[in-house]
Design a protein around this ligand. Structure first.
Ligand code: ZN
Length: 240
């Protein structure tokens, strides 16, 4: 089974479309939350995910956009974008977001947004944070987003290895538990502005990260026309 795994799409439809085109054909689409926030097309992104029968979990921006979470802890730009999103979400989008679980176990994988012990807020940037989360999920592997950085932490007993995607696929080793991040489709922050996601092949036991160009200028134009914070539009071309 080929599964396209996306995270942190952040209302960026051109990036999502480019990624799905590049990843096709796939048998299923999974998402790791932060579908909305920052970007200009929340309803269009949700409609595409619904059309794809995507399954996944909710992120902090998704919860804040439907007032299930206070946006007070967000920085000014993020909060402004969440307020804009809340005003523009239609009823069916709100209902879809409200139905997303915080965590999901599927096909032997645990899916969360931030971390298994704190799906809403915790960022898994370091091996010590990754290690601290091993007891918080019962499957072999956990898929997570939130940091917007593609990365994998693998553990074999006390040994730990950090895998930075380098163009070659990662072999899923049944003896090594792992926390795997596809990076962000709609607002990458690892210095590469191309959309990031991954394809999980459960038959071959591999994970392949993909980077895909999309029309960043078109998204920036929509953001400016919508009156979203200019810094959010600028950072898309920097990948930061
Ligand atoms: Zn995010």
């Amino acid at each position: 089974m080929r599964i396209c795994v996306v995270s942190d799409v952040h209302s960026n439809l051109p990036a999502l479309e480019a990624m799905l085109d590049a990843a096709a054909p796939y048998d299923a689409l999974w998402h790791l939350g932060d579908i909305v926030g920052y970007g200009p097309q929340p309803n269009e992104v949700i409609a595409r995910l619904v059309a794809e029968s995507a399954v996944g979990v909710r992120g902090n921006h998704d919860a804040a956009a439907i007032e299930q979470l206070s946006a007070e802890a967000f920085n000014d730009d993020a909060r402004e974008a969440i307020e804009w999103t809340a005003e523009h979400l239609d009823e069916s989008s709100r209902g879809w977001l409200a139905g997303l679980p915080e965590r999901l176990e599927i096909e032997g994988f645990t899916l969360v947004h931030g971390s298994p012990r704190d799906p809403t807020w915790e960022y898994v940037f370091s091996s010590s944070t990754a290690r601290g989360n091993l007891a918080a999920f019962g499957t072999l592997h956990c898929l997570l987003g939130h940091t917007h950085v593609p990365l994998c932490f693998r553990f074999e007993g006390r040994r730990m290895e950090t895998f930075v995607p380098n163009g070659s696929p990662l072999e899923l080793d049944p003896r090594r538990r792992s926390l795997i991040n596809p990076g962000s489709v709609g607002q990458p922050r690892d210095g590469d502005p191309r959309a990031s996601a991954m394809v999980l092949n459960t038959d071959a036991g591999t994970v392949e990260w993909r980077r895909v160009d999309y029309d960043i200028a078109a998204v920036q134009r929509l953001m400016r026309a919508a009156g979203l914070p200019p810094r959010l539009a600028r950072r898309l071309e920097l990948g930061l």
